[in-house]
Design a binder for this molecule. Structure first.
Ligand code: ZN
Length: 290
């Protein structure tokens, strides 16, 4: 059974969890439960969510549920999720602020050891929710500026917080293919990946800002002046520790073109497994780009 053909993604009314089924080959390991939250996004979430769900489902390492929020400006006051039932929560959501009980439950879930995965514009969400920004580390748009936190900059071989430079948080030039540089080949998520590889056409997020606490940069991309870029090695893939929880954050994945890349898929699956368990058992595909 392949869920997105069977159920579609738009709930008849309100919100609810859709179980994606298990089309993939079984892993010898107990599958990890993943909840993808979406339903509002200034990106085409109805197109990208099935891609994310299919990657998880086909991997055999995960069992996927989808949680689709009420629509923009609809009543969101009853929206919540049984976070504790999941090994990892993936956000493909950028929209109305979740109600307070849901925010509290989510903070408690991650703080007590839950896994959280931030995909692309999910780091644009909730500029006003302080703890969310601690979880995502850095984000963009939504009025973010120097009051949101530092830029994360590569200086003399180390990533440092730039508290000095004022300016906007979040920008990207025209979409293009770009090179990703592996900055932590010793990290479980990055082990076995090449030193660098080409990523599919995507937005190269730059000038992200946030608390940047307990943040490690796993991969960067150079944002060159020829693309109206910052001239900096911008963080593309990160981890953040929040309490006892592990957060995996990828800025990649603007649309299905950007997601239709072995590099994106591999990082999503390995990063999600790491967020859930702290380990990575999934091998690097033999057709991984270089
Ligand atoms: Zn985008």
């Amino acid at each position: 059974m392949f869920f997105c053909l069977v159920f579609g993604l738009v709930p008849a009314a309100g919100f609810g969890i859709v179980t994606a089924g298990t089309a993939g080959q079984k892993s010898v390991l107990e599958p990890l439960s993943v909840l993808i939250i979406t339903g509002q996004n200034n990106h085409a979430w109805e197109e990208t969510t099935p891609v994310l769900a299919q990657y998880f489902d086909a991997s055999g390492r995960f069992e996927v549920d989808l949680l689709i929020s009420p629509g923009e400006n609809e009543d969101i006051s009853a929206f919540n999720a049984p976070f504790a039932e999941y090994d990892v929560v993936v956000s493909n959501y950028n929209g109305d602020l979740w109600p307070e009980p849901m925010r509290n439950d989510f903070e408690a879930y991650v703080r007590s050891g839950g896994g959280f995965v931030v995909v692309h514009a999910a780091n644009n969400a909730f500029p006003e929710w302080e703890e969310y920004n601690r979880m995502t580390g850095i984000g963009g748009w939504g009025g973010r500026d120097e009051t949101s936190g530092p830029y994360v900059r590569l200086r003399n071989g180390a990533f440092v917080a730039d508290h000095e430079t004022p300016g906007r948080g979040g920008k990207h030039g025209p979409r293009h293919e770009f090179r990703i540089d592996n900055r932590r080949p010793d990290h479980p998520v990055m082990k076995g990946l090449p030193e660098s590889w080409m990523h599919a056409e995507d937005e190269l997020y730059e000038l992200l800002r946030g608390p940047a606490e307990n943040l490690e940069v796993l991969a960067t991309a150079f944002s060159g002046p020829e693309n109206n870029g910052s001239g900096e090695h911008e963080p593309m893939v990160m981890t953040i520790r929040y309490g006892g929880g592990r957060v995996f954050h990828t800025t990649l994945g603007h649309d299905t073109t950007a997601m239709n890349c072995i590099g994106f898929k591999t990082l999503l699956l390995r990063g999600s497994e790491w967020a859930a368990t702290g380990k990575v058992t999934q091998p690097v595909p033999v057709n991984f780009p270089d």
